[in-house]
Design a protein around this ligand. Structure first.
Ligand SMILES: [Zn+2]
Length: 147
């Protein structure tokens, strides 16, 4: 399930390479998520049944929300960033989020790699790598559908 309405197109896809000069300054070679280009204030829905893991705001990500979930007995997390507003609150230690629940509104917070702000929702799926003990981005098509 897509986190934003079908009519909003993908601008920058999963695994696409950043321009060389940006690879150096960002320290990242490839795009770790999918960018859905929207206008500001479009609903973001949870593509999974999961647990609210984190809500916050950082220089690069802007306002963001992270939802943890399991699939095929593995641990994953869904992250949406550059939001204008998060619509759910962390009011209990284990806060369940339902698939299709409206969780946030799109925006243009955070840092944009080309310096030009345009509202979009960066949506990413990470898998917990038990050997490396860290989160690793994966192709999100198994959650979002075709990307
Ligand atoms: Zn992005």
């Amino acid at each position: 399930m897509r986190p934003v309405n079908d009519k909003y197109k993908i601008g920058f896809g999963y695994g696409e390479e950043y321009p060389i000069e940006l690879q150096k300054s960002l320290g990242i070679n490839k795009h770790k998520g999918v960018d859905y280009y929207t206008i500001k204030g479009i609903k973001v829905i949870s593509p999974v049944n999961g647990i609210l893991t984190e809500i916050g705001e950082k220089a690069l990500m802007g306002k963001y929300i992270i939802i943890g979930f399991e699939s095929m007995k593995k641990k994953f997390r869904f992250t949406a960033m550059h939001l204008s507003k998060v619509l759910i609150e962390n009011v209990s230690p284990v806060m369940k989020v339902k698939k299709e629940q409206v969780i946030a509104l799109t925006g243009d917070t955070g840092t944009f790699y080309n310096g030009r702000k345009h509202p979009h929702c960066h949506c990413q799926i990470d898998k917990w790598d038990e050997k490396e003990m860290k989160w690793v981005d994966v192709n999100p098509s198994f959650v979002f559908g075709k990307v």
